[in-house]
Design a protein around this ligand. Sequence first.
Ligand code: AMP
Length: 222
Amino acid sequence: MRIILLGPPGSGKGTQGVLIEQRYGFPKISTGDLLRLAVQKKSPLGMQAKAAMDKGDLVNDDIVFQLVAERMAMEDCKEGYVLDGFPRNMKQALMLEKLDCPHEVVLDIRLEEETLISRLSSRRICARCGNTYNLIVKPPGRDGSCDKCQGELVQRLDDEPAIIEERLEVYHRETEPLVVHYRKKDVYHRIDGNRDIEQVFNDIQSILEAEIKKNRQTEAVL
Ligand code: AMP
């Protein structure tokens, strides 16, 4: 099963992606994480991506697709995977569709713009293990330090106010139009992200349980 998390930046895709991975065993693939790793390693691909990421713009489609396709081809993705942050425009959606997958589910987590901005500005990441916190909705036990590994909590450079604005603009221009595409394919589910993490995940579970059941029935017929 291919699960696509489609919400805007700050809607909780990463957090929900981890919960889906833990509950159903489908690995979460975050293109943002893959790109940040490539930048950190100073790989040629990462060096090309960095300038766009620093500005809050989208990285070149071919670069992102190369990264994500390599990850999806790994053994642990055979039964399915959760895509967090991909596709982000129509070209990427069409690239993804070339990789055949019989069962696709799109989960679009929606929040008001004001809440997104407040969430992104209060997001903190562990510099050591990458675990994500939010000073408002998911604060660490101890200020400035990761609950899991005691690493230092830092703010992502692209969570600065001017870059947040650009990322949201890019989202509205490039990513939001995908809703029409996935609605037409009849795989689209909109989720109210303006609630507790657990409540949002409850909705996701109900959708995924129904989809898994549908999948089993289809397989039984074939
Ligand atoms: P994220 O962690 O998903 O917010 O992504 C951080 C940044 O990585 C984005 O602002 C983009 O610069 C880049 N990025 C992540 N995913 C994609 C994608 N699918 N296409 C292009 N750029 C991406």
